[in-house]
Design a protein around this ligand. Structure first.
Ligand code: 3PG
Ligand code: MG
Length: 403
């Protein structure tokens, strides 16, 4: 595991007196609809770090991006609507807002903080220097604080001023959420209890090719689900009917399977599937063996036999890494396969025999819908960063924290 300072072992913070100004990078890029937060998970998971720093008498300056304003002020992308949800997550503590993240406005708000006080700065991406990791912008941020704490694992795949730049000019540490994410990932792929299984679902091989290629060299079993499985089945000569399938990726799929063979990683594909004429709620559907998909039907989920076999096989594993649903889980009844496997993983985790780590946008929704989100050992707050980590890539925001 990379060596980085954590909040309890961060000399720059321990040596500093009360009132130290901490620049805290969070990820408040949360789903919003009509100005209202629809999923506060990222806020809740950031709150303990804010509380810990405030309780230690620091002046806590929270920085985040929101959406992609591309270096301009876009009022709809202001972080101001996050102020109230943040207060709620902090048990009612006061948070003051600075309408700009650098310059006099930010400075005067921070100057007004008492030790233990908390400020939220406006969207970092209103300045082009943030995404460009421009040195003058890094310096403008750095003058606002004495130490830097990065708690935004979900933005760590970006080499931006507030993720990479600040860590290079200020004493830097990982916040509690960043620490938890990195420890969970280490437990999944760095130094896992073996044997290790991975479930990778989703629509496209093309978007997860690097994930699959990295995983076959690192896990003992790789279950491929979702429409991606269709491409693999097709590449083996199976007729997948009217299913979503990337025909031009057949060769790539065969390469992944050859690499898995060399690495002694078992690839598991569905043996039976749920099919329907179209993807609509409650559509008439049938379960058929994989060799019997009619030309005018689409594969929309794994079949019961496959789901039961996958669920049963999980008891052979000590570690499970999960990214992506098994079927078209947003539309019932095509969530059944995902639910069966997710519930089996949750049960083994509760019983203490399996360490289960999940991440990625759709995955969290699918596990929430399956009612198991709290049973998994760890569920990442990250989407893109989780994928890049599964690809085996170095995340610039993490690398910059290394001692
Ligand atoms: C995310 O939501 O995945 C992170 O906040 C990163 O956002 P970005 O993809 O706009 O950089
Ligand atoms: Mg995003």
């Amino acid at each position: 595991m990379v060596g980085f300072h954590t909040l309890d072992r961060f000399p720059a913070l321990n040596d500093a007196g009360s009132g130290t100004r901490v620049l805290l990078r969070g990820d408040l890029n949360v789903p919003m609809r009509d100005g209202v937060v629809v999923d506060a998970t990222r806020i809740k998971r950031l709150a303990p770090t804010i509380q810990e720093l405030a309780d230690r008498g620091c002046r806590v300056v929270i920085m985040s991006h929101f959406d992609r304003p591309k270096g301009k002020v876009v009022p709809e992308m202001s972080l101001k609507p996050l102020l109230e949800p943040l207060r709620v997550a902090l048990g009612g503590r006061d948070v003051v807002f600075a309408t700009d993240c650098v310059g006099k406005i930010a400075q005067s708000v921070i100057d007004g903080l008492e030790p233990g006080g908390i400020a939220l700065l406006e969207n970092l991406r209103f300045h082009a220097g943030e995404e460009a990791n421009d040195l003058s912008f890094v310096k403008a941020l750095a003058t606002l604080g004495e130490v830097f704490v990065n708690d935004a694992f979900s933005a760590a795949h970006r080499a931006h001023a507030s993720t990479k730049g600040l860590a290079q000019v200020l004493p830097a540490a990982a916040g509690r959420l960043m620490q938890a994410e990195l420890e969970a990932l280490e437990a999944a792929l760095g130094n896992p209890s073996k044997p290790v299984a991975a479930i990778v679902g989703g629509a496209k091989v093309s978007s997860k090719l690097d994930v699959l290629t990295n995983l076959v060299g690192r896990v003992d079993q790789l279950v491929i689900g979702g429409a991606m499985a269709n491409t693999f089945l097709y590449s083996l000569g199976t007729d997948v009917g009217a299913s979503l399938c990337e025909h031009d990726m057949a060769h790539t799929a065969r390469n992944v399977m050859a690499k898995a063979d060399d690495a002694r990683c078992e690839i598991v594909l569905p043996s039976d599937v749920v099919i329907a004429e179209n993807l609509t709620e409650g559509a008439t559907n049938q379960t058929v063996p994989i060799a019997a998909v009619p030309a005018d039907r689409m594969i929309l989920d794994v079949g019961q036999a496959t789901a039961a076999a996958l669920a049963g096989a999980l008891s052979d594993f000590r570690t499970l890494l999960w990214n992506g649903p098994m079927g078209a889980f947003e539309i019932k009844p095509f969530d059944a396969g995902t639910n069966v496997v997710a519930q089996a993983a949750a049960k083994l985790t509760r019983e203490g025999t399996l360490k289960s780590i999940a991440g990625g946008g759709d995955t969290v929704s699918a596990l929430t819908a399956a009612g198991v989100i709290d049973d998994f050992s760890y569920v990442s707050t990250a989407g893109g960063a989780f994928l890049e980590w599964m690809e085996g890539k170095e995340l610039p925001g993490v690398a910059a924290l290394e001692n």
